[in-house]
Design a protein around this ligand. Sequence first.
Ligand SMILES: *Cc1c(COP(=O)(O)O)cnc(C)c1O
Length: 387
Amino acid sequence: MSQHDSFEKPQIGSDLFDVPFIRPEFPRGEDVATDMNEIVQSNWFTNFGPREREFRGEVAEYVGGDSVAVTFANATLALTVALAQLTGSHARGYVIAPSFTFAAGPQAIRWVGHEPILIDIDERTLQPSLTSAREAFERFGDQIVGILYCNTFGIGGDSVAAWESMARQFGVPLIIDSAAGFGSEYSLGDKVGTRGDCEIFSFHATKPFAIGEGGAALTRDRSLAARLSAGSNFGFMDHAGASIPGTNGKLQEINAAIGIRQLQTFDIALEARRRHLQRYHDLISRNVDGYFPRNDLLSSVCFASVVLPSASVRDAVLSELHSCGVEARAYYSPPIHLQPAFTETPRVDSLGVTESVYTRILSLPVFPSLPESAFERVEEAVQRHPA
Ligand SMILES: *Cc1c(COP(=O)(O)O)cnc(C)c1O
């Protein structure tokens, strides 16, 4: 497996592996066809139609805690519009972001005209490091116009309150990329989607809550919600035409209809994912000195991520799994600062934890219909390469 395999198109339904990395549970084709027929009859395909409105309401209700939801065509556009609304009034500046994340956030920072400052993660949680962020503020001071915190793998970070205070202290917005985290809980029981200035979810086919392409921004600030919604619709506010920065980021009716169906069965699928993750916890602790990021059992469990004792153990287990038909992967490998578009991007002095973790991490499939054989093969593979 090369470092770049994580950029391949996700092979949903691929038969290259007995056990694919991801297999979304989708509504039956007949049911989606019924929805599509109704959409055609109603002659309302996009632009905040009845299904989008219903879905938006249900997403907010699911998350709770006073948040309102603004839907988007995907999470990357949600991130871009949120950054534009919250940091766009500044001249070119810097936005703090972890290197250990998916490229969408750092790319969105650039689309808005800023540059990321890459920070490290915490070894135990794999979440962005507060110490590292403080170092960025010391070095770049008031050139910093925002923080893009990432809830790693959609897991709710347990120091989110400290990030909110840091953002307040320095007078910058806190945007939280919780892309894979729809359904996750923070350690105090509140749902992911309720913190920061806003939180972003992805509903991409590869995420635990999948509608094809789609996303949402959640915020408790009604006036920000109105601007985010306008930002997804060319910046049109009221009837004055384009009033604020905007693009076309609207969610289509058919994807909203799929989302409404997905919500009906989501909690059952989520329980299955958490059960699978618990089994991985048990089999890893029986066999090898590895650890899982803190609070992962409270998350939506996009996949199971375990940090193994060394890069050589990880590489051996990964290639063994591939040879026995299990499509394991390594996220996030390589991290942002080692990707060609970002090698010159400013960063804090040390990204040492990121550089160690990305060589040791193993990502395992957890989709609800995961077969028993997956656990057996993973257990055999780690038994063969204990250290
Ligand atoms: C998947 C993902 C995104 C991008 O989501 P899209 O809906 O595909 O645009 C952004 N950030 C993170 C952390 C992700 O995992």
